[in-house]
Design a binder for this molecule. Structure first.
Ligand code: LMR
Length: 328
């Protein structure tokens, strides 16, 4: 069933597609949930569209639908399997129905920085993850960075005990739920587009996200402050449907794949700057950011790290060890 907003978006999207795409071109609908300005995913998706539309003019045409105007992340993968959308880039926490290999990214304090994440994703172990859903009809085309995650709440969070008893919005991931429970708090899975309203009305007390999402969705406006915990990773997998991808003429698939690889490399290399830009934008807009001393941060590590043991069976001790090597 489609919401009224989705129907409206579909209608206006169809009009936009008619304007941007020429007859005979293969139309690629790229659906995502974030804003476009300043956002790592918004920028990358638009760059991909601009390049395909210019370099593959007459052959293919990409239409980007940002801001959950077409689908939420809990609908988009089904829509892709139905052929209603051809590309998306949900966060790695949103693939639980399809694979458990991405759970490693949700384990708390697994990676010390985005460089370590990048190195792990580019290792053989990481690259093999792109094919982990082929059986289920989805093909990963590349990892896109967003960044490390921070906690915010309607009260200051300095020690892990400060989180006790609070309700936190999480993405729909078993590991992310376990992380919150480990703090003595309650996790509330919820679609991204609903988080601002839920924070504003007190349906939840807090949330975890990256600087670009905290700034892009204006979460800082309806929170006491954000604590710079850097406790998790929020990255994306650009996905397509195996059936659709294989149905493309070979030259089209090769050229589009090449453009995507180049966009991925370019935008991932720029992530530190985009992340810092969004952090600064939160401050400039009057948002409160609390930094932790090394000792204060260690208390969060000690409180949350027991979650690793719970998921070691799913994630694999060897994969955890491999990931840790990139932290050096
Ligand atoms: C979230 O739901 O918080 C994120 O996955 C949104 C996004 O795409 O960055």
């Amino acid at each position: 069933l489609m919401t009224a907003a989705a129907v409206t978006a579909l209608v206006s999207g169809t009009q936009a597609a008619t304007a941007a795409c020429d007859e005979g071109e293969i139309v690629v609908k790229f659906s995502h949930v974030t804003n476009t300005d300043k956002h790592p995913k918004g920028i990358a998706a638009q760059l991909f569209a601009d390049r395909v539309n210019e370099e593959m003019d007459g052959k293919a045409c990409v239409e980007v639908f940002p801001n959950s105007t077409l689908y939420n992340d809990d609908q988009v993968l089904e829509a892709m399997l139905n052929g209603d959308v051809q590309m998306a880039a949900p966060s790695l926490s949103k693939f639980e129905q399809f694979t458990k290999v991405f759970r490693i990214f949700d384990l708390p304090f697994m990676f010390v920085n985005i460089e370590a994440v990048d190195a792990f994703q580019n290792s053989d172990t990481g690259q093999a993850m792109k094919e982990s859903m082929v059986r289920r009809g989805l093909l990963g085309l590349g990892f896109w960075h967003n960044g490390l995650t921070q906690f915010s709440a309607n009260k200051p969070l300095i020690t892990p005990e400060d989180a006790k008893g609070l309700k936190f919005r999480v993405q729909p991931s078993e590991v992310l739920k376990a992380n919150i429970e480990q703090l003595g708090a309650s996790p509330q899975p919820m679609a991204f587009s609903e988080v601002y309203g839920a924070l504003q009305t007190g349906v939840v007390d807090g949330q975890e996200n990256t600087w670009s999402n905290i700034y892009g969705q204006k979460f800082f406006e309806v929170q006491d402050g954000t604590t710079e915990t850097n406790h998790g990773v929020l990255d994306y997998m650009v996905v397509t449907s195996v059936d659709w991808w294989e149905s493309l003429p070979e030259d089209v698939r090769t050229q589009m794949g090449q453009i995507l690889d180049e966009v991925t490399a370019t935008r991932n290399a720029a992530i530190a700057e985009v992340d810092a830009d969004n952090r600064q934008a939160v401050l400039d807009a009057g948002g409160v950011i609390r930094e932790l001393t090394p000792e204060q941060r260690q208390a969060w590590v000690d409180a949350m790290k027991p979650v690793w043991e719970r998921f070691e069976g799913d994630v694999g001790a060897d994969n955890i060890a491999a990931a840790q090597e990139f932290n050096a």
